[in-house]
Design a protein around this ligand. Structure first.
Ligand code: ATP
Ligand code: MG
Length: 664
């Protein structure tokens, strides 16, 4: 039974108004940290508690599996959504897949379908036929372009016209892209009607089925009666189309969003549906929230400045946030000579926070592109701080995980699986031969591999706990969907995440790193259009508003130690901290000298011999004994200033040989 005392507890008057508004269209338009997600979960709870709907009749959708999981968690803690009568809180894709699986046989009979895990082979064949090159880069661009077109409800036949009128940059001449797109779509259907579906197809097929089959639409609409969408500013036309057929003639729809957090327009997302909501539903209850409960007033003020500087179309929807929390430390701006120095300083600052009691899980380092995590992973490792890289590339692209996914997919397709075995046992049986032994193995590599596989097992376990009737096939489909949506399992370390993947989340301390012109805004946006730059600014806003208490903004003037300092701080930072107020920039600590470190254990090396060897004395050297003796003699002779003719051979900055003759 829902706990009523909790449902309206801790809501401000506007949030309460949204929570208790009668069934029908409701739109919450509000800035970051104002409690939108809190409001919709409470609204769902309230509708159930007051008997307006049952839990099973509510379909709540968001855009990331993590956000959906969080919503389920909040609902559980409010005491609703139990076994047998669960609120479906899912991503659009997961919801569509579930429906498609259910309705498919009624529409397509015996023809089978399978979720595609990689578009490249098919796109590659189509590209070759269209006379295009098939480099990874081209295939990636073509695949994204097809994804954009499908999300925007543009078919191969309408593609050329759409991109021409929209002045869109295309990865190849439009007619060629259209040919690849058409070839790709054809190749997915076999002669006997079996189909390969990509992620957009899940949405497209489900929409078509509900649109064309009144009996199925009827069945669906009897089941689901109330719809809720979080982060509505990022809905794509294809998702909106699906939402429309879900709803039919009904209007029980609650949406919440913040146009200033629109960061996915490159995939076809558009805030238009959010901004036009009350035109579409003139009777809609529209609620605006202004109180920011997440961040200190200093961070709120900075966030207001970021959006205050915004230009263009979406900037018309300015909402001023009013901070509610007591003041905290001033946000810090710091400039470093190079990226390794920036990473070292950030790791040191994190260490100080952790020493003063902030749990690592409450700290995040956020960046524009995943490749920026590299230096920081290294610096955190050196500082002994646990971390996890969010954003899936790190996890699902690890070779052991790719291997595991392949094996799981194969296992799921076999029909001689032991009938009694549960999914967890099957998963274990697949992962064990890949290195998931019972005991944690020795050796860094085996251990890393073991940890990845173990994380996959834990993730699979969580999913089966959540959906007890899950089959291995469902599990594989869900894992593939996650790999695509990039969601690794959570660990209790410092979070390293791209700004995109950080949306909707919050941490006590946030380090926004790499704030140079070229990284944020990213060069592609600078070279593309003013709107593309505005999207980067919104990404910056998303980053700033993730912090509750500590916010640290930093950039480096060069990439490498001693490199050319050709970079400039981001124009977005310059908007906040004008050049004539250097006092507001916290002086970066002088660059720590990163002397040579042991290639095995990473400790700083003392002494020249150790530096030449690239090993500390505790770690095994791969130089042979003779070479070591020769090295010692050579150094001793040098010290005595005796001239011993010697050639010292380095490879990769490590000494590998000493010879009296110049080696050939
Ligand atoms: P975003 O735009 O980033 O998704 P949001 O508007 O969805 O943010 P929430 O995540 O729901 O905001 O809430 C932000 C924080 O403020 C959360 O920690 C939440 O618990 C807290 N919060 C929300 N409303 C209140 C309130 N009325 N009183 C106290 N804390 C609140
Ligand atoms: Mg939210």
């Amino acid at each position: 039974m829902p706990d009523h005392s909790l449902i309206l507890d801790g809501l401000d008057p506007e949030q309460s108004a949204a929570v208790t508004a009668p069934r029908g269209p409701v739109c919450v338009l509000a800035g970051a940290g104002t409690g939108k997600t809190r409001t919709i979960t409470r609204r769902i709870a309230h509708m159930i508690e007051t008997g307006q709907v049952s839990a099973g009749q509510v379909l709540a959708v968001t855009f990331t599996a993590r956000a959906a999981g969080e919503m389920r968690g909040r609902l559980r803690s409010l005491g609703i959504s139990g076994p047998g009568n669960t609120v479906q809180a899912q991503t659009f894709h997961a919801a569509a897949m579930r429906q498609l699986r259910y309705f498919w046989p009624q529409v397509f009979g015996n023809a089978s379908w399978e979720l595609m895990d990689n578009k490249f082979p098919i796109v590659s064949r189509a590209a070759r036929r269209a006379g295009l090159d098939t480099t990874t880069e081209t295939l990636r661009d073509l695949s994204s372009e097809i994804e954009w077109a499908k999300a925007s409800l543009i078919g191969p036949e309408g593609y050329v016209q759409a991109v021409t009128t929209g002045h869109r940059d295309t990865p190849a001449p439009p007619a060629k892209v259209a040919a690849v797109y058409a070839g790709y779509e054809d190749a997915k259907v076999s002669e006997d009607g079996d189909r390969l579906l990509d992620f957009d197809d899940l949405l497209i097929y489900t929409t078509q089925i509900l649109q064309t089959d009144p009996a199925i639409a009827e069945e669906f609409r009897l089941r689901y009666r109330s719809f809720v969408v979080d982060e509505y500013q990022d809905v794509t036309p294809v998702q909106q189309g699906l939402l429309d057929v879900w709803m039919g003639e009904r209007d029980d729809l609650t949406v919440v969003g913040d146009a200033n957090q629109t960061i996915y327009t490159f995939t076809g997302a558009t805030p238009t549906y959010l901004l036009d909501f009350s035109r579409r539903f003139p009777e809609a209850a529209v609620v605006r929230l202004e109180r920011d409960y997440r961040s200190t007033p200093q961070i709120v003020s900075l966030a207001n400045d970021v959006i205050g500087a915004a230009r263009g179309r979406i900037a018309g929807t300015r909402l001023k946030l009013v901070g509610q929390r007591p003041p905290g430390p001033a946000p810090e701006f710091a400039e470093y000579d190079d990226e390794p120095a920036e990473a070292t300083a950030v790791a040191a600052a994190i260490k100080r926070l952790v020493n003063r009691g902030t749990p690592p899980a409450e700290i995040a380092i956020l960046y524009r592109v995943n490749a920026q995590s590299e230096n920081h992973e290294q610096a955190l490792t050196e500082a002994g701080i646990p971390y996890q890289v969010r954003g899936g590339e790190a996890f699902f692209t690890r070779s052991e995980i790719r291997q595991a996914m392949r094996q799981l997919t194969q296992a799921a397709q076999r029909d001689d699986l032991p009938a009694e075995a549960d999914v967890a046992t099957l998963v274990r049986a697949v992962l064990a031969p890949l290195g998931l032994t019972d005991a944690e193995p020795e050796g860094a590599q085996a251990k890393a591999r073991w940890e990845s596989l173990r994380a996959l097992e834990v993730l699979a376990g969580d999913l089966t706990a959540e959906h007890p009737d899950l089959t291995l096939r469902d599990l594989v489909a869900e894992l593939s969907a996650r790999a695509e949506a990039r969601h690794p399992p959570t660990v209790q370390g410092v979070t390293l995440s791209s700004l995109h993947a950080a949306k909707g989340l919050e941490w006590d301390a946030v380090f926004l790193i790499g704030l140079t012109d070229g990284s944020l805004p990213i060069n592609q946006a600078i070279n593309n259009s003013p709107e593309a730059i505005e999207e980067e600014r919104r990404l910056f806003y998303v980053g700033v508003t993730r912090a509750r208490e500590h916010l640290h903004l930093s950039w480096a003037l060069s990439r490498n130690e001693g490199g050319r300092k050709g970079r400039r701080r981001s124009r977005f930072v310059a908007d906040l901290v004008p050049d004539d107020s250097p006092a507001s920039i916290v002086a970066a600590p002088s660059k720590p000298r990163r002397g040579p470190t042991c290639r095995v254990c990473g400790t700083r090396l003392v002494g020249k011999t150790a530096a030449l060897l690239g090993r500390c004395e505790n770690c095994p050297s791969d130089l042979d004994e003779d070479l070591l003796v020769a090295l010692k003699e050579w150094r001793r002779d040098q010290a005595k200033e005796q001239s011993v003719p010697a050639y010292v051979v380095f490879s990769d900055n490590t000494l590998v040989a000493i010879a009296e003759q110049r080696p050939s």
